[in-house]
Each structure stands twice: as C-alpha cells, then as structure tokens.
Design a protein around this ligand. Structure first.
Ligand code: ATP
Ligand code: MG
Length: 350
C-alpha cells in the first residue's frame, strides 16, 4: 500500500517520437508534488523503434529486468510502428504488457472544457493481452491467389479478470453502470465466451454480492460506436476485448477534443504502467508542440492506482485548470503554446 512505501522508483521509457517530449513533462509534474510522495527516484530506460534501428532490438532485457526488480511503476511514452513489416521488429509495448502481465488497459475519457456537448465521463477497460494482438498471422497461396489469416484468442481466464476489473471500477463510480462490448452476433464462439464470462463475474463466490448494484448493458461494437457519437452520456464503464477497446477509446478521445488529453494505465496484479493513449505522432515530433497533458494525466492515474490519491488529485486539478482557463494550450486544442509553456503552466498550478 501507499503508506507502507518508503521510497518510490519510477521507470521512464520515453521510446519514440513525441514520447521523448511528453514523458519528461510528466516527470517534472511528479517532481513538483514534493512531500505528497515518498522520496522519488527516476530510472531512464531504453526501448522503441529508433532504438531497434540502432541496435537490432526493440526492448533490451535490461529494461525489462530493471522494471521488474527495481521499479514500483513506470511511465511509457509511445512507439513508432513501421508501416511495412520489418524483419526482427515487434512492438516493445505489446511485449512489455506481456512480460509484466499488465492485463488491463484503463482509459478514462472526460470532458473538462464544458463546451463539449453532450459531456463525456466514461472509462474504457480494454483487455490487454489477447484477441488479435497475439499476432498469429499467416499468408498462404490458394488456388485463387494469396490468402491471409489471423488467429483471435479469447480465454475465460483473461475475460474473467478484465471483467472483475471492470465491475470493481463500475461499483466505485457514482453511476455504477457497465456496458459489455462485443460482436457475438457474428463471432458467437470468441465474443460469445467474452460476453458470457464477463456477465458471470457478479456470480463468482468471492464477489459476495458486491456488484449487485451495478447495472449491466450489452452493446454490439458497431452500435456502441454509433451511440458513443450520438449520446456518449449513456456510457459509464465500457469493457471490451483488446481490438474493440482500442478503437472505442480512440473514438471516445475524439469526443473530448484531442488524443493529446487522454491518459491510460496498463495494470496487472503486481505492476502499473502509465501511458498516454496517443502514439508517437511522427507528423509533429521534434517541433515542441506535442500536448503533454495526456502524459501528465497518465502519471496521475498511475499514482492514484498506487494509492497516492492526494498527489494524483493535485496533478488532475492542475491539468483541468489549465484546460479550462484556455490561455496556454498546444495547437491540437486550438492554442499557440509550446509543450514547455504548457508544462510551466501546469507546474504553476501544482
Ligand atoms: P503511431 O503509429 O505511433 O500511433 P500515428 O501516426 O497513429 O502514430 P498518433 O500519435 O496516434 O499518430 O496521433 C494521431 C494524430 O493525433 C496525429 O495527427 C498526431 O499529431 C495527433 N496527436 C497525437 N498525440 C498528440 C499530442 N500529444 N499532441 C498533439 N497532437 C497529437
Ligand atoms: Mg495511432
């Protein structure tokens, strides 16, 4: 628990593109919390596509070992994904989620400017270890030409534990509402297993009636996206298999103005890693105009998960104030400020 920890060691993995601009911003924000946290140390760690191009590996063993044995938590920036398959390269973030068993990706999407209509306050809980992300793809040649196949894995164990995270979260929120996202009208075996397993979570013996006041709705993924745009206020917690969760959370990010605002954590039973939802944004990398707020909010989520509620609140409140005042914003939010100016504004509020 938070109170038991005498010091806090945070791994920083900026990786590629704007990850290198926004992770230092989160570090500065955490440092500004001072005595709200125990003695805090940062460890800079290597990974990413740029690192792969230099060395031939995307995720050095040393990075994984330091995370596992020396760090209490970590912040990850973003990785560039090559548009064509590169021999020997596979995404270090996907590997890290697997290595550290970070099976839940939790993505709160909230409108704060008050001018989004209607306003959004939801959390996407995305299964983080399986579905099409097991990347078992195959290309063969049949009588009519090339044939490509991908295997999609859904297990009862992974569906149950992501369902438990989602119910737990929903039970702690004011509206206590959970939407299960699937496509079991088409994929009755895989999505059928996901849907049934998640729905059965409240009946598990150890739950002991705790989720009785959570209302549950189901929604096919296509109609969920439609309703997300038409009436986002109906959603509270949304739980989804890996790929649908990815798409839904990017769509929800569009509703609140920018990908540059949306944070996430990758959480497992033993470790938590904050990660802005956006990618490496090669189109704006190196120009000092990346929005650092998603990264700072990811730090807040990570600290909250570890029990440092006061520090997390201070980061979130500072970010919200900067957005509401609207004076110091990066171009993605219609402003003219540089990354560093937004960081300074947040630090002042902290
Ligand atoms: P990747 O392959 O790494 O995901 P991408 O090209 O998909 O790269 P994203 O990072 O996903 O890029 O971003 C999508 C769009 O949103 C881009 O136009 C990018 O500039 C913009 N964007 C993403 N994050 C931010 C941010 N933090 N600040 C400003 N704009 C952003
Ligand atoms: Mg992207």
């Amino acid at each position: 628990s938070a109170t038991a920890r005498k010091s806090l060691t945070i791994g920083l993995i900026p990786a590629d593109g704007i990850g290198r601009e926004v992770i230092p911003a989160a570090k500065q924000a955490i440092l500004a919390l001072g005595s709200d946290l125990p003695k805090t140390e940062f460890v800079e760690l290597l990974a990413g596509f740029e690192y792969f191009k230099r060395t031939g590996t995307a995720l050095p063993d040393e990075t994984v070992e330091i995370l596992k044995y020396d760090c209490d938590c970590a912040l990850f920036g973003a990785v560039s994904s090559p548009s064509k398959k590169v021999v020997g390269y596979s995404s270090p973030i996907v590997a890290l989620r697997k290595e550290l068993d970070l099976y839940a990706n939790i993505r709160p999407v909230i409108s704060v400017r008050g001018n989004e209509k209607p306003s959004v306050d939801l959390v996407v809980v995305r299964e983080n270890t399986e579905c099409l992300y097991i990347k078992q793809e195959e290309l063969t040649v049949g009588p009519n030409g090339k044939e490509a196949r991908a295997t999609r894995l859904i297990t009862e164990r992974a569906s149950r534990r992501i369902g438990q995270i989602a119910f737990e979260l929903a039970s702690k929120r004011p509206r206590k509402h959970l939407t299960v996202i699937h496509k079991s009208n088409v994929l009755s075996v895989t999505d059928g297993l996901f849907r049934e397993t998640v729905r059965a979570v409240p009946l598990l013996p150890e739950v002991n009636g705790r989720y009785n006041d959570v209302t549950v709705m189901e929604q096919l993924v296509d109609s969920a996206v439609y309703r997300l745009f038409r009436e986002p206020q109906i959603f509270d917690v949304m739980v989804a298999p890996n790929l649908y969760g990815d798409i839904i959370s990017d769509a929800a990010a569009a509703l609140v103005g920018s990908l540059g605002l949306v944070p996430s954590i990758n959480a497992g039973d033993d470790f938590v890693m904050g990660e802005p939802v956006h990618g490496s944004a090669p189109d704006i990398a190196g120009q000092s105009i990346a929005n650092p707020l998603a990264s700072i909010r990811s730090a807040a989520l990570m600290l909250r998960h570890l029990g440092y509620t006061k520090g997390a609140d201070r980061l979130d409140i500072a970010v919200d104030q900067v957005i509401r005042e609207g004076q110091v914003l990066t171009p993605d939010l219609g402003g003219k400020s540089k990354t560093e100016e937004v960081v300074e504004a947040v630090l002042k509020k902290i």
